[in-house]
Design a protein. Structure first.
Lengths: 446, 176
């Protein structure tokens, strides 16, 4: 099982329900978008490693990364995305096919800004010297939150960036730094999407913040709408985005509010299910998902066999009793005392494994074949023979002995009449006795 | 590039394997609510638990039925035993013990005795308590008699003569 990256998870988090609402026509654009994002993620990490490690800067980079991942999620989940995509595609086709190789040549992006961009200088990235490169990588549709959307960074650095890019920085002790990742795309100003959306959020609805304490993604909104923001680990953005999607799309999901607020929670819950399944199984071996499912399949079949076997036995017992009662009351000469067998042949098979012992029990009619393999420690023949007697099995044929490190035995036995022992009981009893003897013999074994 | 594609193929195979197994699991479970991966597992868990409950219930029922006395059962074992003795006599089989020493500590022993319930166990008990460690064992029964043949390692020091071993074993058999 591979670990999905915590924050940037466009493919997986977008699974299932989320995409279903989008028009087919968007499918291609979507793909492209995703690919771009993926590539962007790679670039992000690439750049992340390549740049000098300035602790504060890298911290902010991380923040930015997370914010951007939010942005991505948000965009994806937002129905406005379709508009945005359209717009981006229409207006900026060349940008979408941006040549990624350029990125490696250094600080490019913002140097190419048009003079027109001045109007959008509400954007401040000076706090992240490396940010511009990162931003370039993100050919995000302009889904930005608002013209005034803000992101705050823990330490706003006013260092000169390689781009010498410092503009309107609203007083930022508290933290509202305006940030529009897309302005370099030179898109026409968009309607304030989130402004429109936010009123639709019920008052008091919890908006997640982007990351750590000092950051608040919607600083403005918080103030203006009184919407509370709460902290969430990773995926907080995802959560918000999803909820937004719910609200925007209305009843498209079939649930008012999804029980799993984050992808991670969903994954954890899913994994718990697998372990729960594993705990039901009698012979768990490996822990990987495929084995668990395989074992579950075998166990289910075994349970079905056992149920059938037991039903048959119960039926037989009952028939036998009735017959006996009838004999007694009718006072018949006892010609045939045998129990009446059902038409069907009883057959059953199961395997049990414990740490040192493996047991395979097969029953056909009244003959039981038992295969036993165990690590050589004690002379098990005697104990097994005792168990067989207890279980009312009559050994007709026994063969076995040493094979390498193991003892291996085969018992062909017959069930004594009148006994209704079933396969599971035999196997369990044998295993139980074996384990007990092992434990007892352990301290004294050579 | 080669490694990349190999990895891809391997991963694809892995995923396919899991997917196929999940489908098989779903095929077994009678009540499927959804087509999603999660729900397969959930449904399977529920179904297995249900089956386990069923098994418990049935075994309980079976035990209840067993409790009542079954008078006919007593007649049967006796019948079996008388038969075996007669069979043996018919075929001329007699209780016997053969002992032959092989190289080193190994001994091969053959014992023929009357087939009776629980005798095999008793024999084993006696043998092991005498210090024989069985390495290979074989037991068959026919015509009312049981033949046990085994190789054993002699653990005690004294080199008991063949005849003595034989006699002591015969005694054991007879006393069973």
């Amino acid at each position: 099982m591979y670990e999905e990256p915590g924050c940037f998870d466009p493919n997986n988090s977008m699974a299932e329900g989320v995409y279903s609402g989008f028009p087919q026509a968007m499918a291609n654009n979507q793909k492209q978008f995703e690919e771009n994002l993926e590539l962007s993620a790679e670039e992000l990490s690439y750049h992340h490693h390549n740049h000098q490690e300035d602790t504060s800067v890298s911290a902010m980079e991380l923040e930015l990364q997370k914010y951007l991942s939010f942005n991505v999620e948000n965009c994806d989940n937002n129905t406005y995305r379709s508009h945005m995509m359209q717009q981006v595609v229409d207006d900026r086709n060349q940008l979408l096919s941006y040549d990624h190789s350029n990125w490696n040549t250094g600080d490019i992006g913002f140097n190419q800004d048009d003079p027109q961009q001045n109007g959008h200088r509400s954007f401040n990235i000076n706090s992240l010297p490396q940010t511009p490169d990162l931003l370039n990588l993100f050919q995000l549709p302009r889904c930005s939150l608002l013209p005034n959307s803000s992101i705050s960074f823990a330490n706003s650095n006013h260092d000169t960036t390689p781009l010498g890019f410092i503009e309107d920085l609203p007083a930022s002790d508290s933290t509202s730094v305006l940030y529009d990742p897309l302005f370099h795309l030179n898109l026409s100003p968009q309607p304030p999407l989130f402004r429109e959306l936010l009123p639709s959020i019920p008052h008091g609805y919890n908006l997640p913040t982007s990351r750590s304490d000092a950051n608040s993604l919607f600083g403005d909104e918080r103030d203006s709408n009184g919407v509370k923001a709460y902290q969430d680990e990773d995926g907080g953005m995802l959560e918000f985005a999803r909820d937004m999607a719910c609200i925007v799309r209305g009843s498209g999901n079939g649930k008012k509010k999804k029980p799993f607020t984050t992808e991670r929670q969903r994954r954890e819950h899913f994994n718990k299910k697998y372990t729960a399944l594993r705990n039901l199984l009698p012979n768990p071996s490996k822990i990987d998902r495929a084995s668990i499912v395989g074992d579950a399949i075998e166990y289910t079949k075994e349970l079905l066999r056992t149920v059938n076997e037991l039903k048959l036995l119960v039926e037989r017992k009952r028939c036998g009793r009735e017959r006996i009662k009838r004999h007694k009351t009718e006072d018949d000469a006892v010609g045939d005392v045998e129990q009446s067998y059902n038409g069907s042949l009883r057959s059953s098979w199961l395997q049990r494994k414990s740490k040192d012992t493996e047991v395979d029990v097969r029953i056909i009619d009244d003959e039981v074949t038992i295969k036993l393999v165990q690590r050589k420690k004690i002379d098990c023949l005697l104990f097994v023979s005792k168990v067989l007697d207890e279980l009312q099995l009559d050994p007709h044929h026994v063969a076995g002995g040493h094979i390498g490190d193991y003892y291996s035995y085969l018992f062909n036995t017959k069930i004594y009449e009148g006994s209704s022992v079933y396969a599971g009981a035999i196997a369990n009893k044998i295993i139980e006795v074996m384990d007990r003897e092992y434990a007892a013999a352990a301290p004294t074994s050579i | 590039m080669d490694y990349k594609s190999k990895n891809l193929v391997a991963e694809r195979k892995r995923r396919k394997k899991l997917g196929d197994r999940l489908l098989n699991l779903r095929a077994l479970v009678p009540r499927i609510t959804n087509m999603k991966k999660e729900t397969i597992i959930e449904d399977a868990i529920n179904y297995i638990q249900e089956l386990q409950e069923n098994v418990k219930f049935l075994t309980g029922k079976l035990q209840l039925l067993e409790v009542e006395p079954f008078s006919e059962e007593e007649a049967n074992p006796k019948r079996e035993e008388t038969n075996t003795v007669e069979d043996m006599k018919k075929c001329g089989i007699q209780e016997n013990v053969e002992v032959s020493y092989m190289s080193g500590n190994k001994v091969q022993i053959k014992i023929i005795f009357e087939k009776k319930r629980g005798k095999f166990t008793k024999l084993l008990e006696a043998i092991t308590s005498h210090g024989f460690q069985l390495s290979d064992t074989s037991m068959t029964s026919s015509k009312g008699a049981t033949l046990v043949s085994f190789f054993a390692e002699v653990t005690y020091d004294g080199t008991l003569a063949v005849e003595e071993t034989r006699k002591s074993l015969l005694q054991i058999v007879r006393s069973m």
